[in-house]
Write a protein that binds this ligand. Structure first.
Ligand code: PMP
Length: 453
């Protein structure tokens, strides 16, 4: 029979069609509102990623509280996407909402720090370790600026990334491997520069490929997530991070750890939980409870080298920073998140819930004999419609089953559970209830019962 991810293709098609129709039927007000009001936007969406949701048209959200969204048709859904990590600590965490209300009376942006900024700086160091911090607005920008500093200090041209990685819309990371060679990713819009002059690509979990790149002497920094989270999830093999650290030091490259997704690991992110030792630490998305904010920090020795680098130069446009960054609203939210939201108790709840979700999904997969697997990094859980574990970005790319995933996502949403598009990712927030997790497991079971009947 013609199978995809173990499912008969004809059966998948029938179910996909039925679920898309069911979705459209439950949103009459949304459909009417979109028909009357979306045209002002390019291609009818305010940001083109919103086209990547698997349902036939996006939900129009009316309210979001804790781990729950309500659309304008009154449909309530349990939110396991949580803004693809931006709201990992739940929608509008109370301390953050309170900080916003207070700051709203005192100005929104003025290019000067506040006392909350000073406290946030202390809390960043307390939470993530000894780094000298800068505030950006997106993790994309934080990574771009980190790469700039790495090139400045090392005088080397290239950033080394892993095949299948994602670090935001950072041009320099937009390369991949084709037949073992670094090439510019073909999907980039309007790309005219040859990115292979500024970037090199290796395979995750393959220290030999990393060393081969470093041996060229051209690598300013290795930029990596602790776990590859942006394709199908790939865990680091024992010794991989240790090896990266040693190789970076040996060849005079910096190690940039991007914790934007792995902040789900626990207090201090994967770095804190597993004792990694980056030269530059980056985290964005949920770090200020959902207020657009990212931070990047340099180890003291590197900070000194950077200051020395600058001392000898004429000042001018640095290519770093943006006008609205490090604004007082960000500091208010960053301080509130670090002090009152990102706590051990919070992570304990997330961890416990995520373990429940992980084992529940695993049980369902096994019960149906699906050739699939589940991976978890703290509060972050992902089912993968292929056998595992995956070793690198090439395997992760091949494990994606877009048709199966789209059908599953829509079917889950029709049963009241929203999971992240692009991948099969689910986050357990401090606000996520046990019964929401159990409902998701039950919905997953119901769908697999049909798919694997
Ligand atoms: N780093 C990682 C690991 C990410 O997953 C992402 C976004 N998915 C980013 C950076 C960029 O974040 P943003 O889109 O908020 O700039």
């Amino acid at each position: 029979p013609d199978l995809i991810a173990g499912i008969a293709r004809t059966r998948l098609k029938t179910i996909a069609k039925r679920e898309a129709e069911r979705f459209a039927k439950a949103q009459p007000k949304t459909r009417a509102a979109l028909a009357g009001g979306a045209d002002a936007y390019l291609d009818a969406v305010p940001m083109h990623w919103m086209k990547d949701w698997p349902m036939p048209f996006p939900m129009l959200v009316e309210t979001a509280r804790g781990a729950r969204l309500t659309d304008i048709d009154g449909n309530e859904v349990d939110d396991f996407c949580l803004g693809d990590t931006g709201s990992m600590f739940g929608h509008s965490p109370e301390p953050v909402a309170k900080a916003i209300r207070k700051q709203a009376r005192n100005g929104l942006t003025y290019m000067l720090p506040t006392e909350a900024a000073l406290e946030a700086g202390r809390l960043l160091t307390e939470r993530f370790g000894e780094f000298h911090w800068q505030i950006a607005t997106t993790a994309t920008d934080a990574n771009r600026f980190a790469i700039r500093v790495a090139r400045a200090v090392t005088g080397k041209p290239k950033v080394l990334v892993f095949h299948g990685c994602y670090h935001g819309t950072v041009d320099d990371a937009m390369v991949e491997l084709a037949n073992g060679k670094t090439v510019t990713r073909p999907g980039l819009t309007g790309q005219v520069a040859d990115l292979t002059k500024v970037a090199a690509c290796a395979e995750f979990n393959d220290l030999d490929s990393v060393e081969a790149a470093l041996k060229t002497g051209e690598i300013a920094a290795i930029l990596t997530e602790p776990v590859m989270t942006n394709s199908c999830m790939v865990l680091p093999e024992p010794g991989f991070h240790d090896g990266l650290r040693k190789l970076a030091t040996k060849y005079g490259a910096l190690l940039i750890i991007d914790e934007t997704h792995t902040i789900s690991s626990g207090l201090g992110g994967y770095t804190g939980v597993h004792g990694l030792d980056p030269d530059i630490f980056v985290v964005g998305k949920c770090v200020a409870g959902g207020m657009p904010t990212a931070v990047w920090g340099l180890r003291p020795k590197l900070a000194k080298a950077y200051i020395r680098y600058n001392a000898g130069r004429a000042s001018g446009h640095s290519g770093m920073g943006t006008t609205l960054s490090a604004n007082p609203m960000q500091f208010a939210c960053l301080r509130a998140t670090l002090a009152e939201v990102m706590t051990k108790a919070t992570y304990d709840h997330m961890e416990k819930g995520a373990e429940r979700l992980y084992s529940g999904l695993k049980r369902v997969i096994e019960a149906h004999g699906a050739p699939w697997h589940v991976v978890r990094v703290g509060a972050r859980v992902e089912f993968i419609c292929a056998p595992g574990p995956l070793k690198n970005g090439t395997e992760a790319g091949a494990a994606h089953m877009p048709e199966v995933e789209a059908t599953l996502h829509t079917a889950l949403l029709n049963r009241g559970c929203l999971i992240a598009p692009f991948h099969n990712m689910m986050l357990v927030s401090p606000a996520t209830k046990k019964r929401q997790i159990d409902r998701l497991i039950a919905a997953f079971d119901a769908i697999l019962s049909e798919l694997f009947a």
